[in-house]
Design a protein around this ligand. Sequence first.
Ligand code: 7TS
Length: 414
Amino acid sequence: MAVEARPKLDAHRLRADFPIFEREVNGKPLAYLDSAASSQKPRQVLDAMRTFYETSYANVHRGVYRLAEDATAGYEGARAKVAAFVNAPSEREVIFTRSATEGINLVAYAWGLDNLGPGDVVVVTELEHHSNFVPWQYVAKRTGAEFRAIPFDDAGELVLDALDEIASAGNVKVVANNLISNSLGTVNPSERLAAWAHEQGAIMVVDAAQAAPHRALDVQALGADFVAISSHKMCGPSGVGALWGRRELLEAMSPFNLGGEMIRSVKLDRTSWNELPYKFEAGTPAIAEAVGFGAAVDYLTDVGLDAIEQHEHELLAYALEQLGGIEGVICYGPPPERRAGIVSFNVGAIHPHDVAQVLDWEGIAIRAGHHCTQPLMTRLGVAATSRASFYLYTLPDEIDRLVAGVERVKKVLG
Ligand code: 7TS
């Protein structure tokens, strides 16, 4: 029997799909190393949105005329693609949101306000992006529930030994965790946390904003109750995301936004809610953006999530080795085996904003700051880091340029 080689990704070839790489920055080719903040968009996605606007655009779910039916088919077709992409048991469990942030707020408000109270415990981690931290802290305060954070160790990995102590604080009702940390790249044991949450009688909310673009995501295998993602990090447009939730929980929940399309009937004295997923999609949605999201899912599926993960893993190992070899550079986070294509680092005492500024002279785009993870920065004992993040279009040559750029930073500012 022939052994099938794992398909390797050809980043040089894929780059041709992304018009942004035709431009230069400060007279240099663009080295875009900020895909964790947002990814660039391939022609296939841009074309799908343009074609939709040019041939099939109308509002959805309301017209009986042909164009409205085409628009609805485009929008619902995108939902089916996203549902398949995350292996949702049913398309009805996939709600289009504005973003991962909105998906998490939906759960925090619509589930949290009705299900939390004094004696309950809301559990997050010190590794969370603010969008999976602040809504839970806020809803815990509003309802009188305890708010606890699972700590992480010096390698940037969660300390699960802390779970027993956390469980002793009361009735654990919700556990919220990102599958991949946007600051350290840590691949978290969300599956184990989901099992623990269920043992406690809690729900598990997974922020997969940094996972969905880079590795195969299976909400059923994850064992979570809610999973939130954002299109713009996945080669799709901004302004749209998706929340997958278990049907029985979504059915039992109150709505989040109220208005058109989310109702079954409205009378002077009472209103009843539409069926899933429309109960959670009030008003005119981001229609063409959803279509673009569907095209992005097709694009990622064609490239292959395993190939993307492997490519980024190779880049990450190379970047850690190269950056780690520069005197005075500290890289944060776990070893490459348990990590996605994200490197947070500091160059001596030079402020990350200055690092990013000098790199920009070289046409290299990285992010500098707290990356919306202030509790994580506090735990690291720094105010900010520089962060380089990779995607399917990143080349090893761009890491060489980053390394040369950091050497230049040291010369100019060190
Ligand atoms: N969760 C994680 C893990 C994230 O990295 C981000 C965005 C979000 C949630 C929020 O996503 P949004 O689409 O709702 O904004 N992360 C980043 C970042 O690392 N740099 O800019 C945005």
